[in-house]
Design a protein around this ligand. Structure first.
Ligand code: 77P
Ligand code: MG
Length: 214
């Protein structure tokens, strides 16, 4: 039977990356996507901006919305301090199967908790299910029409504290106009746009970094 793109991406990781070496996993996926097949990972250009924000925030608790195959999950977790935890939500069970194996190849299982299901269902249960108080950093990379409702839900559930950072992918392409309008005009956020390109292309895209002011 025909393999899927995530399955071919995992095969490229297992062939070209070194077990236990997260950066080699990131490199193998980027090479696969540049040389073989485009895929919707945040990619190496926006990935460098992601790295700099993660390093600056040095978060103890991270929430990622939209795991896909685990590229940004591994990229973020490889920069976390010891004992820091990353929870990543993935809606699509087939993607979750692949992401778990990518995370295992990188040797980052102890830092990452992959949760399957819809963000809207899981966000209200974060505190009781995972003992999370608030998130220091949230990386939004799931369905683009879920960025705004899920941000409001995180506010309502008390998952953001003064200084929590939201970093959103694809605010230009595919675009998240209602989310951008909200974080750029709400008095509760200080927002900054990092201009870049859609992964592995010359199309404009960017990341929006927003500090929750409480
Ligand atoms: O997370 C879920 N889907 C992937 C979200 N991510 C994207 O859609 C995404 C798309 C693109 C993209 C850009 C240009 C283009 F021509 C085609 C795709 C780029 C990106 O960087 C993304 O991140 C999901 C699934 C589901 O069934 N339910 C809840 N969530
Ligand atoms: Mg994305």
């Amino acid at each position: 039977t025909q393999s899927t793109r995530p399955q071919r991406m995992l095969a490229a990781v297992q062939k070209n990356a070194t077990r236990g070496d997260p950066r080699s996993v990131v490199k193998a996926i980027d090479q696969f996507c540049r040389q073989k097949e485009w895929a919707m990972n945040v990619g190496d250009e926006k990935g460098c901006i992601l790295d700099s924000v993660v390093s600056e925030v040095n978060p103890a608790t991270v929430l990622e919305l939209g795991t896909y195959c685990g590229y940004s999950t591994v990229r973020i977790a490889s920069l976390l301090p010891p004992h820091a935890k990353l929870i990543t939500l993935e809606f699509n069970p087939d993607n979750a199967v692949i992401a778990r194996q990518v995370i295992a190849w990188a040797g980052l299982e102890d830092k990452i908790q992959l949760v399957e299901g819809a963000s809207g269902d899981w966000i209200p249960k974060m505190k009781e299910e995972f003992g999370v108080k608030t998130f220091d950093l949230v990386f939004l990379d799931h369905w683009k029409d879920r960025y705004l409702p899920d941000t409001k839900l995180m506010e309502e559930c008390g998952l953001l504290r003064k200084g929590s950072i939201l970093l959103a992918d694809n605010v230009i392409c595919p675009g998240t106009p209602d989310y951008l309008e909200y974080v750029r005009n709400s008095p509760r956020y200080k927002s900054q746009y990092f201009k870049s390109h859609l992964e592995y292309t010359k199309v404009e895209d960017g990341l929006e970094k927003s500090v929750f002011l409480g």
